[in-house]
Design a protein around this ligand. Sequence first.
Ligand SMILES: C[S@@+](CC[C@H](N)C(=O)[O-])C[C@H]1O[C@@H](n2cnc3c(N)ncnc32)[C@H](O)[C@@H]1O
Length: 185
Amino acid sequence: MVRATELAHVLVRQTVQTGDWTVDATTGQGHDTALLAHLTGPSGLVFGFDIQSAALAATASRIQQHHHVTLLHAGHELMAELLPPDAKGRLTAIMFNLGYLPGSDKQIVTRTASTVAALACACDWIAAGGLITLGIYPGHPGGADETAAVIAFAAGLPATFAATHHTRLNSVGTAPALVSIRRLR
Ligand SMILES: C[S@@+](CC[C@H](N)C(=O)[O-])C[C@H]1O[C@@H](n2cnc3c(N)ncnc32)[C@H](O)[C@@H]1O
């Protein structure tokens, strides 16, 4: 099975072009931020959110050659307050990778209420044709609730969006999965 994180990268590569504006809603070690920085190039913009300074430091060191990335030490639920107003309707990709940062404090995790608030905002701010990806992990405490809430939110979107859920069909258990949401118009 293709890992959720790898599939997210495939979909984002098909979507983001040079000069685009994008968001990494959970920078962690900066893998997604680095992909977005590479795809958008110096004429584009990338905004990265994380609540952990260690995550932002790791991300900053991974993208040090890119000067079009703005890292924000804040929760993604503050996206609407912290992004420039002209980013609304202009963002072509918003990536979430939920759960905890591997190798760090497992108590610091994304939480259902703030994740759903940020996802609602992401749906409001994404450009027509743009893509939201969410790597979801039911295996840690609180992860199953968050996973269910993300899937329910995506399933309830109107037909102006196309939402998909890529998951394992057998022995599903705590396997990671991917939700992707494309704004059609
Ligand atoms: C699974 S990790 C992200 C991994 C990352 N995409 C990478 O490539 O390494 C989840 C991250 O979400 C961050 N996080 C938790 N709550 C958050 C929130 N409300 N807003 C933004 N980031 C949050 C954690 O600090 C952690 O670094």
